[in-house]
Design a protein around this ligand. Sequence first.
Ligand code: ATP
Ligand code: MG
Length: 233
Amino acid sequence: ELQSIKGDISFRDVVFEYEKNRPALKGVSLEVKAGQTIALVGHTGSGKSTFINLLCRFYDPVGGQVAIDGTDIRDVTIQSLRSQVGIVLQDTFIFSGTIRDNIRFGKLDATNAEIEEAAKAVGAHEFIVNLPNGYDTQVEERGNVLSMGQRQLLSFARALLADPRVLILDEATASIDTETEAKIQEALKKLLHGRTSFIIAHRLSTIRNADQIVVLDHGSIVEQGDHDELMRL
Ligand code: ATP
Ligand code: MG
């Protein structure tokens, strides 16, 4: 059982293959201190999603170990792992229901006040109250009531409400206008504060703000450091 974890994460010589003898990660080691933001970058097929898959225990490594606060994640229940490791996916998922329900999904027993507090914190409250029925506005999974940027802000509110110690974020690649972009960066800052975060990063601003940038290539870490350090190479 994982209770009040700090959020130190370590990958120790992690090897993984989806298919025999075709390693997708070839001995990856990384130490992350609680509270740090890590930007994962690399070409398509370099192993970014695989790294995340192992951290979420969608798969187990074939070699090495992934640990949270020094405990191998294979030794904790999936349920407690999932309660401490939150994930915001690129196609920020919206389900059919009200805006309120969509945010509440982060914490099913959340009060209306908590839901609005989370929405305010990420700057989503403003657009929500301007919808025809505010928080009670019905949205559809593939509907177009919400813009891409608004979907992202909603998913941030949901994650903030869930308040996991470790947050994984697959940054959206969709192009959005600069005003929304600025809002999202502001919201991201709030969301990342005080938790260990791994971002599959596509935006330069996100990469620049990360404590560590980890560059993957063909399943190995080929560069590592903060933005200034990497610029000096
Ligand atoms: P992208 O930027 O395209 O999302 P990525 O860095 O996330 O790429 P991964 O998805 O981690 O890359 O893929 C790493 C390697 O593992 C690739 O060679 C890929 O083809 C392979 N791979 C990924 N998922 C599977 C799978 N489910 N079954 C078999 N091979 C897979
Ligand atoms: Mg991927």
